[in-house]
Write a protein that binds this ligand. Structure first.
Ligand code: C2E
Ligand code: CA
Length: 705
């Protein structure tokens, strides 16, 4: 916007036509709005003005003749326009000629052109003013916003001049530091110094500010109250156009919360989120420290590796939520059972460790291990589930067993596996021979994997006979594995398969073989009435992995597919699942059973009488049979309690309309008792050992005779 000064030149009339007579002018005058004529001599000398009115009065006179009238003198182009306008007023003329300093013609001004120019200038001025006003308002608004932000921001702001005199602070500054605005202004940031940083710290800060114009970092400051607190500070140097520092602006936020957060993150990184115990990382640090200190002081220490027995089953059968709660309670118990200086850690899953540096001679450690075992052998009540837990503990000692943290951990872990192998709920000191057995187990699982790949698993059939008639009613498929010709007990390799995740593959292979052979037996030994039934064992881990895939039909589909493939009718197939697995409330299990039950498959509850069954659950599932556990049958003749349990099971089964199969019947005496109790079916060495297919054929042939 320019506030322009008007001169006469700005007011010159635009449409001045230089003609010598009005007649001639008229032709052009139609298209123009010229109202005055300038008359020159033929030599170009300026003579004067003729107005349109004069010209119109004397249309046939040439303009030179009309100039007889007194001509007002021309006006110099340096005369201000307002004086020019006054002159026109005084002389009662509407037009004036304009000449330059040398008297040369420049143009004509009219009152109208001056007034128009003046009005335009007025308009321009007003516009300029409006724009200025608008800019000013914007500026005011911006300042208002800046002030509001300055005051409202949660970060403290402090502005000092180049000499570090505080010029400006906001409310947040006062809130954080305790210094009121009035108190702070005029002071230097020295009022905030905590004394926690040395000169080098501040020097580095100033060097950085000079060099880069900014500094950022954590700093300990002191409040007015004297409290020292951590603060996150950001300083910027503000320079003028010449590049000289005029101000420093510091933005500061109380970092106490950040510190707490960092401490929390640090805690999370070194502690187990579920139980709050030190995690593997912190445990290894502590073990390393403990070993170093024991070595320095000529001391000893013991490492106890604790693994819960059957925890995976709890997780699988009752769900992870129950499992997690159990782990938390166990963590608390462990912590309360050891001394304050001992470290209890959770390495993951159901594995815990204890590092103890006190009383680490053999008897001392035994006392600790026994205390831990008895603390854990405990009945837990979690969400209405009564759970009995036991643990196995492996122990290694420094310096006897090893002198590095890694070796001690590995040995304690091995010893724990040895403890489990001997029987659960025990502790075991590391020993080299035990370690060798452990290595054997690892090798065996590799061998089992290979066996599955090469289809080395076979099956044996154990017949089941009707106790009333003595005739065969079905048979039980039992997996067999003889690597290098030496049979391995199914209890061993089935557990191994469950532990190593090979159980699905194994289960599927057994079902393939069993379905094929069962179909062949049905064809070879046709019989009237109820057909023979073929029982197949199902591991709870198989059901779990199907459920875990969120594809509960997966296992059922696979099984039904295999039966169809071998043309085996579903109504002759029976699945055996242990009591604990059946009665679990696990998601997925009842769906699978329902699908299989709907397809016509029978379900038998295996090892019945060993767990604490919930009858209501059994009733909800499509269960057809109960298999009385061998441990109950074994002592039937001598143990009245077992006899009572067996009687109760049989009575209950009848009430539920279920058949009962007694397992492990070895003697006529046992058979007689079971018969009087009303047991329907028996299976055991008394009738036959589990037989491979060829021997089963001869056995069946003999039965038929
Ligand atoms: P189980 O299902 O209770 O099978 C019966 C076990 O008792 C078999 O042991 C059988 O040989 C044994 N037995 C039968 N009659 C007598 C007897 O009169 N006296 C004695 N002392 N024992 C008898 P086995 O074959 O060693 O199998 C052990 C366990 O391994 C089975 O117990 C079963 O739980 C599991 N198992 C076997 N095959 C498979 C399989 O294909 N899949 C799954 N998931 N588990 C299997
Ligand atoms: Ca069984």
């Amino acid at each position: 916007m320019t506030n322009k000064e008007l001169g006469i030149v700005d007011c010159l009339c635009p449409n001045v036509i230089l003609v010598d007579a009005y007649q001639r002018y008229k032709e052009v005058a139609e298209q123009t709005d010229a109202h005055v004529f300038v008359v020159f001599t033929e030599q170009g000398e300026l003579m004067g003005l003729v107005t349109e009115r004069q010209a119109a009065l004397f249309p046939n006179r040439i303009f030179a003749d009309l100039l007889l009238r007194r001509q007002p003198p021309p006006v110099d182009n340096s005369v201000p326009i307002l004086s020019t306008l006054n002159r026109m007023e005084q002389d009662s003329v509407n037009h004036l000629m304009v000449v330059d300093g040398k008297g040369q013609y420049v143009g004509i001004v009219s009152r109208l052109s001056i007034i128009t120019a003046l009005v335009e200038r007025e308009r321009d001025l007003r516009k300029d003013l409006e724009h200025l006003l608008l800019d000013y308002r914007r500026e005011l608004e911006n300042r208002r916003i800046a002030t509001a932000v300055f005051e409202a921001t949660s970060e403290g702001i402090m502005v000092t001049d180049a000499k570090q005199r505080i010029q400006l602070v906001n409310r947040a500054f006062s809130k954080t530091t305790g210094w009121a605005v009035k108190e702070a202004i005029g002071q230097t940031p020295h009022i905030l110094h905590s004394g926690k940083h040395d000169e080098a710290f501040y020097k580095q800060m100033w060097d950085c500010l000079q060099e880069t114009g900014a500094w950022e970092g954590e700093i300990w400051n002191r409040r007015k109250s004297g409290d020292i607190y951590p603060e996150w500070l950001h300083i910027n140097a503000i320079r003028n156009d010449q590049g000289e520092v005029r101000y420093y602006a510091g933005v500061l936020s109380d970092a106490t919360h950040h510190q707490e957060m960092r401490a929390r993150l640090h805690h999370l990184a070194y502690h187990d989120a579920l139980t709050g115990l030190p995690n593997r990382q912190l445990f290894l640090d502590r073990l390393t420290q403990a070993v170093a200190q024991a070595r320095r002081d000529g001391d000893s220490l013991a490492l106890l590796f604790i693994d819960l027995d059957g925890f995976k089953e709890v997780n699988y059968t009752l769900g992870h939520l129950v499992g997690d709660k159990l782990l938390c309670q166990i963590a608390n118990l462990l912590q309360s059972a050891v001394r304050e200086n001992d470290t209890v850690a959770r390495l993951g899953g159901d594995e815990f460790t204890v590092i103890t540096q006190t009383g680490t001679d053999q008897t001392g450690v035994i006392t600790i291990a026994e205390k831990l075992l008895s603390t854990l052998t405990h009945q837990f009540n979690i969400d209405g589930h009564e759970l009995f837990v036991s643990a196995s503990i492996g122990i290694s000692r420094f310096p006897e067993d090893g002198d590095s943290p890694e070796v001690l951990l590995m040995e304690a872990d091995n010893a724990m596996y040895q403890a489990k192998a001997i029987g659960r709920g025990r502790y075991h000191f590391y020993s080299a021979s035990g370690h060798n057995r452990f290595v054997e187990k690892v090798q065996m699982s590799a061998r089992l994997r290979q066996a599955l790949a090469e289809k080395e698993i076979t099956i044996a059939w154990q017949p089941q006979v009707d106790m009333a008639t003595g005739s065969v009613v079905g048979m039980d498929a039992l997996a067999r594995w003889s690597p290098d010709g030496k049979a391995v007990s199914p209890d061993l390799f089935i557990t191994l398969a469950e532990q190593t995740g090979l159980i699905n593959q194994l289960g599927e292979q057994v079902l393939q073989i069993a379905a094929g052979q069962a179909a062949a037996i049905l064809a070879e030994y046709p019989r009237a009435g109820t057909p023979l039934s073929f029982a197949i064992n199902l591991s709870p881990f198989q059901v779990n992995s199907a459920g875990k895939d969120r594809d509960t039909d997966n296992l059922a589909d696979t099984m039904l597919g295999i039966l169809t493939q071998h043309g085996l009718p579903t109504n002759v197939v029976e699945l055996e699942l242990t009591e604990t697995a059946v009665t679990s409330h696990r998601e997925g299990i009842s769906d699978i059973f329902q699908t299989l039950g709907d397809a016509g498959i029978q379900i038998a509850v295996d090892d019945f009488g060993t767990g604490c069954s919930n009858l209501a659950t059994i009733k909800q599932l499509p269960v057809h049979k109960l298999k009385l556990d061998r441990s109950l049958v074994m002592d039937l003749c001598d143990d009245p309690t077992d006899r009572e349990i067996a009687t109760a099971v049989i009575t209950m089964a009848r009430a539920l309309n279920l058949k009962v199969v007694a397992e492990g019947v070895e003697t006529e005496e046992q058979a007689a008792i079971l018969r009087t109790m009303g047991c329907d079916i028996a299976q055991g060495y008394l009738y036959s050992r589990p037989l491979p297919m060829t021997e089963l054929r001869s056995w069946l042939a003999k039965q038929a005779d």
